[in-house]
Ligand binder design. Sequence first.
Ligand code: 5GP
Length: 191
Amino acid sequence: MKELVEAIRNQGVGIGDDIVKVDMFLNHRLDTELVVKMGEAFAAEFADTKPDLVLTVEASGIAAALTTAMALGNLPVVFAKKSQTRNVTGEVYQSSAFSFTHGVENHIRVSKAYLPQGLRVLIIDDFLANGAAASGLCDIVRQSGGTVCGIGVCVEKCFQPGRHVLESMGYKVVALAQVEGIDQGRLVVKD
Ligand code: 5GP
């Protein structure tokens, strides 16, 4: 997606050799126009898969999941929670995902009350690195007896194996922008 590629080139920063910082428009400050366009782009890619619901993981997947769900006709959005809170009561679907940015194993949970059995579920997240977060979400959909319509990520880091991991499980993966590498803090983004 041209606008996202430009935003990454103009406002993104590489940290070390594997972290992409896009706090200016996606992970801290939100560029609302851009996030709406991302939602429209995901909707165009996945409308024919007829999702019933959009699933993401807190916190930074929520904005793009919301605009995608709105562009698909105001579908519900469910976001998996990373911490055990007293708010999540009753029965839950649970999986685990090693957090690339935080270096810890996150247990992700979705209350069974909000993910009814047998739905068609579109997974949206901000980044794809090793595929752990998306794999954990797919596992939760499987536990609910649902079907994964596909996986949409705003930014794919092509130098990490996430796409390979997810595609080898049979999932369709759509990335709106692809970062090929980091060269002394400068992000190398595919056209
Ligand atoms: P994965 O689970 O595919 O290894 O990593 C994806 C998750 O980790 C995303 O939910 C995202 O929040 C976070 N993440 C992974 N790499 C990056 C990165 O380079 N920058 C940012 N901002 N988040 C990342």
